[in-house]
Design a protein around this ligand. Structure first.
Ligand code: ATR
Length: 283
């Protein structure tokens, strides 16, 4: 005998990722794997939203019962204007990649920096304390990672950029947080060898190859590209060619930042290693 005469339907919590373009995004796959692993019942949508429709789309998602959003290129700075409250790390980065909708309020966080740090420290075993770090690029991606990198107490952090003024603006913003300086690609000091070089330019995404400073690479330099692809990115191929100790793409950061968003929304942090493996990507 069964007693299921009444069927109660519980709405599934809705999440999604907004960007422009968005079709390439792996976030739906990652969050579905997280949900499966942690036994959470969620729906995760891919939402292509052009810049002029961002506010309307966010508010509509919220109004129709959505619980949270990931925000990606090119909306991370703009969406910060829409939040009612934001985490300190999002305020420092001036950018938001995660929204949580709580009773009419919009909370904004930025999990990119912690995602990178976890990939470097936990997955790849790199210690940043006392390290010489070179970051290539001075756009939104760099802004999101410099604060967390400086918290790890590197000996130096140089931001090299095509246009010096943008790198200098970032240095001004972060100078109280640690030993950070700016230069052009051509002027990267090469007397010290770098322990870590991070590519945070968007050049590779556009199929462009800037004059990366090959002399900055020694055989003990670890190279990390925030971009990722199924084939080596231009930067990661270049770093390998230039003799880096290791050259890694940002798949691990992608999965780690997603895990931090998932934790904010669902209160549980998924295991990231099996997800990286299931995506057939080496960490
Ligand atoms: P954002 O909107 O986050 O600033 P972006 O404009 O795509 O993103 O640029 C990100 C970074 O990639 C910037 O540091 C940019 O250099 P500039 O500040 O000089 O514009 C860098 N970048 C993009 N394309 C590049 C290229 N072909 N060569 C060198 N740097 C490049």
């Amino acid at each position: 005998m069964t007693d299921d005469t009444t069927t109660e339907t519980k709405a599934i919590d809705r999440y999604g990722v907004m960007g422009y373009p968005i079709s390439h995004s792996r976030s739906p796959v990652i969050h579905r794997l997280f949900a499966l692993q942690t036994g959470q019942d969620i729906q995760y949508e891919l939402l292509q939203v052009s810049p002029e429709k961002l506010e309307t789309a966010v508010r509509q998602f919220q109004r129709t019962g959505g619980k949270g959003l990931n925000i990606t290129v090119p909306h991370k700075s703009e969406v910060a204007r829409l939040v009612d409250q934001m985490s300190d790390r999002a305020a420092t980065a001036g950018a938001v990649n995660t929204l949580a909708f709580n009773g009419g309020e919009i909370y904004g966080d930025n999990t990119d920096g912690i995602g990178l740090l976890r990939d470097l420290a936990v997955n790849l075993g790199i210690s940043l304390k006392g390290a010489n770090v070179l970051v290539l690029g001075a756009g939104g991606a760099t802004r999101g990672i410099v604060g967390p990198l400086l918290e790890m107490q590197p000996a130096s952090l140089i931001i090299a950029n095509r246009s010096l003024s943008k790198a200098e603006t970032l240095v001004e913003h972060f100078s109280r947080s640690g030993p950070v300086s700016a230069c052009r690609f051509n002027d990267v000091p090469v007397s010290d060898s770098y322990d870590l070089i991070i590519n945070a330019t968007s050049a590779g995404l556009k199929g462009e190859a800037p004059p990366y400073p090959a002399a900055a690479i020694s055989k003990s330099t670890f190279c990390y590209d925030l971009s990722y692809g199924l084939k080596p990115t231009p930067f990661s191929a270049w770093a390998r060619e230039a003799g880096a100790a290791q050259s890694v793409m940002g798949w691990g950061m992608l999965v780690e930042q997603a895990a931090e968003s998932f934790k904010l929304w669902r209160g549980v942090r998924p295991e990231t290693r099996p997800v990286l493996k299931q995506m057939s990507i080496s960490a």
